[in-house]
Ligand binder design. Structure first.
Ligand SMILES: Nc1ncnc2c1ncn2[C@@H]1O[C@H](COP(=O)(O)OP(=O)(O)OP(=O)(O)O)[C@@H](O)[C@H]1O
Length: 255
């Protein structure tokens, strides 16, 4: 079981956001990357919502040829445009996408989210809407989860609950995030960095958080990547500020 990218190029008009990306992803993994690096674009293409060149295969099946694959769920807003109110969405997705209404209500209760299900999604606050979309994704008990920034604008106690759901639901998938604190809850998960259109080979979250970022190429690096054309090394040891204590990964991106 795997998500496989082979020479994948994804473009908006003539501009390539992802260029010749090749990677094999197994299990549930995190992808981080600076603003605009293409994380959302990659998730959308993997969910079948964007055209791409090359090959994206999920469990051996080419994404653009898959119709109604029920094993995959995402929190992307585009997917939940059908239906007007949240109740409408629930009706449609319980029928078409295996969303379990009982599980949906249970998860809603777990985060103590008191919302009017007769409202359209876009009437909710940014955080509430994302929580509902996360819950919709988990409620189909998917095999594969594609979650774009599932913690953004969500308060800390609820973020911790979303983290537990990520551990519980899905056998494989991709989660993008900017949130270093929450990454600490996933020490044994693999982390990929998307930079300069490449997905750099994965390192364990715990190794990443215990490392520091230095400029240039280093022999002792656990990972050397390219950021805006410059080499950056992630090294373990006493040197510099640990990534885990930075609170933000901006240094990695040279900001
Ligand atoms: N529909 C679109 N049309 C044209 N360009 C787009 C479109 N969607 C995204 N882009 C551009 O593609 C690039 C990658 O965007 P994307 O949203 O994938 O980045 P990201 O890594 O998810 O960023 P962030 O961390 O800020 O969420 C950006 O420069 C963005 O402006």
């Amino acid at each position: 079981m795997m998500i496989e990218y082979q020479n994948v190029t994804i473009s908006y008009w003539k501009w390539d956001v992802i260029k010749n990306l090749t990677a094999k992803i197994a299990g549930k993994v995190f992808i981080i990357g600076k603003n605009g690096s293409g994380k959302t674009t990659l998730i959308k293409a993997t969910a079948g919502l964007l055209p791409y060149k090359g090959s994206i295969r999920i469990e051996g099946k080419e994404v653009k040829e898959i119709k109604n694959y029920l094993g995959l769920a995402t929190n992307l807003g585009e997917v939940y445009n059908l239906g007007y109110t949240i109740n409408n969405i629930l009706d449609i997705y319980s029928e078409e996408m295996n969303v379990d209404k009982g599980l949906f209500s249970e998860l809603l209760k777990e985060v103590d989210l008191d919302i009017n299900l007769n409202l359209p999604l876009f009437r909710l606050s940014t955080g509430q809407s994302l929580l509902v979309r996360n819950i919709l994704a988990f409620s189909s008990k998917p095999k594969i989860i594609l979650l774009d920034e599932p913690f953004e604008n969500i308060d800390p106690a609820r973020r911790a609950i979303v983290a537990e759901w990520i551990k519980k639901f899905g056998e494989e998938g991709i989660i993008t995030t900017h949130n270093l604190d929450i990454l600490g809850k996933f020490p044994d998960y693999k982390l990929y960095i998307l930079s300069d259109s490449k997905l750099f080979s994965p390192i364990l979250v715990k190794d990443f958080l215990e490392s520091s970022v230095v400029e240039g190429e280093r022999e002792d690096a656990i990972l050397t990547l390219q950021v805006s054309g410059k080499k950056v090394s992630i090294v373990k040891g006493k040197e510099g500020t640990k990534i885990g204590s930075l609170g933000t990964i901006d240094r990695l991106y040279g900001v």
